[in-house]
Design a protein around this ligand. Structure first.
Ligand SMILES: [Zn+2]
Length: 512
């Protein structure tokens, strides 16, 4: 019998700290629902003290998710812990995750605290957390660069104070498989009450060892893995969920562990994250990359035709690829659309479905075949609309250089029209939007991707816009490239306006 381990997903917290991966509340909820379908045991939703928006996002995720546990992060200080507990108030299964650094280098240069002071802070933090939330995880930040004897001391204190989970993170991606396995063995064997808690491993990928280190931590006695979809996260990222899970499953002769992940939801989760953040998945990324199951060489292809096992160690279907990508068309009807959307994990009420149906018919008119990815993009962009200040009603462009654009935007019950000229149609349209919204943005990055095959493919545009020093990301999709670009720019404008409305600047996210 395989030993069950827990999968703690931190895509919404650590993953969200990747440059360019920031998500708003609605995006976080969509992703959280998908993570729940994927079967992760714990969803770390965020760091509530960071800002009002972050607090709200964690609160909403906690309220929405029923099956998975929902965790919120807090430094080992009362203000953070109280704020995190308050964000988790309506969670069905809350986890308060508090942390403090334990390596001498962090104690000396960051915390300016002595070892006894850190022990006391950990004790107080876990006690307070435990008095507010039934399940508490304690992390010894930078554990892999900490003195092992001191780690044993900290672990004893945290367990005595009521911690349920002890996480020993490789915060800077510095450890190796042998070292981390031995570290877990050492701490577990030197803490008398270690059997009362779950040991957890959180790894960063600076040396490309995060997945290997996570698997080695299991050999050392860890029973919870912290990871993210597509391995996103600070710097080089975190342990990638899909890799660590499929390594365990594919080599269960070596790794006698299993977990509750529904592997067929891996590719849908990866695709959704990439659509929400705009972060492309490298073609050669294991499990989820476009080429991960592509066989180019003639010899391989020949072998594959004779028997897939000659060159394939796992099937694409097992991770949710090439699932008969059901194609919808104009005649699929409202019921067909509702059924497919539900299968893809989106819950909608009557009104949302009606709106989606109109957009779907529009798209089906233009491109005949509507693929799952098209549908995801429609739903992702529609969900955003409910919270936008300005909606695009119409864009018309004329000429090329100089080009002229006429833009109609809707704000509440008002329709606002303006026109502008610029170097090319997209530039002209952005200038017209700036005039209406009374902002001044500089387009800094601009990327176009085709979502699905076909001549009338849905084009996705991803932009970064600089509003006097504040960078906002935006995305848009349309069968017209210009319209996709304009929608993406407008998305960034809406985000900037929402940001301006919120007065607090928040505090910097922790590295842990
Ligand atoms: Zn981390």
């Amino acid at each position: 019998m395989a030993t069950m381990i827990e999968i703690f997903d931190t895509t919404l917290r650590d993953g969200e700290q990747s440059p360019g991966a920031s998500m708003d509340e609605h995006e976080k909820i969509q992703l959280a629902l998908q993570l729940e379908r994927l079967g992760v045991d714990i969803i770390e939703a965020g760091f509530p003290i960071a800002s009002k928006q972050e607090f709200e996002a964690v609160r909403k995720v906690a309220e929405t998710i029923k099956t998975s546990r929902v965790a919120a992060l807090a430094r080992a200080v009362p203000g953070d812990i109280e704020r995190a507990a308050s964000a988790l108030k309506s969670a069905a299964k809350p986890v308060l995750h508090t942390f403090i650094a334990t390596s001498d280098i962090h104690l000396e240069h960051k915390l300016r605290m002595t070892r006894p002071q850190v022990l006391e802070a950990a004790d107080n933090a876990v006690r307070l957390a435990k008095s507010l939330v039934p399940r508490v995880e304690f992390s010894a930040e930078d554990a892999t660069r900490s003195d092992w004897e001191y780690l044993v001391e900290v672990t004893k204190v945290a367990i005595a104070a009521g911690a349920d989970v002890i996480n020993l993170p490789d915060t800077v991606g510095f450890t190796t498989p042998t070292e981390i396995r031995d570290m877990f063995r050492y701490v577990i064997s030197h803490v008398p009450d270690s059997g009362k808690v779950v040991f957890s491993s959180h790894n960063h990928n600076d040396l490309g060892l995060a997945v290997s280190n996570a698997l080695a931590a299991l050999e050392g006695g860890a029973r919870q893995i912290e990871c993210t979809i597509n391995g996103i996260g600070e710097r080089a990222g975190n342990t990638s969920l899909e890799e660590v899970v499929m390594a365990m499953r594919t080599r269960n002769d070596i790794y006698t562990f299993d977990c509750g992940i529904q592997s067929r939801e891996i590719v849908p989760s990866s695709t959704l994250l990439s659509k929400i953040t705009g972060l492309a998945i490298p073609y050669n990324k294991p499990i989820v990359g476009r080429n991960a199951f592509a066989h180019e060489s003639g010899i391989h292809q020949h072998g594959m035709i004779a028997n897939a096992k000659t060159y394939e160690i796992m099937t694409p279907e097992s991770v949710g690829r090439n699932r008969s990508d059901l194609v919808l068309g104009k005649h699929s009807g409202r019921a067909g659309l509702a059924k497919r959307s539900a299968e893809l994990g989106y819950q909608m009420d009557e009104q949302q479905l009606n709106k989606l149906y109109d957009k779907f018919i529009d798209l089906a008119d233009k491109k005949k075949e509507v693929y799952d990815d098209d549908l995801r993009m429609l739903i992702v962009s529609q969900n955003k609309e409910d919270f936008e200040i300005f909606h695009l009603k119409e864009v018309d462009t004329f000429g090329h250089n100089p080009a002229k654009a006429i833009i109609k935007l809707v704000k509440g019950d008002e329709t606002l029209t303006d026109s502008a000229t610029g170097d090319g149609p997209v530039h002209a349209a952005c200038v017209a939007i700036d005039r209406i919204a009374e902002v001044s943005g500089q387009l800094e990055t601009f990327e176009i991707r085709a979502t699905t095959p076909g001549k009338e493919a849905l084009g996705e545009a991803y932009v970064t816009v600089n509003f006097s020093g504040k960078h906002m990301k935006g995305k848009g999709a349309s069968t017209s490239i210009i319209e996709a670009a304009v929608l993406a720019y407008l998305d960034a404008v809406n985000k900037y306006l929402a940001y301006q409305e919120s007065t607090d600047d928040g505090i910097a996210a922790p590295v842990m």
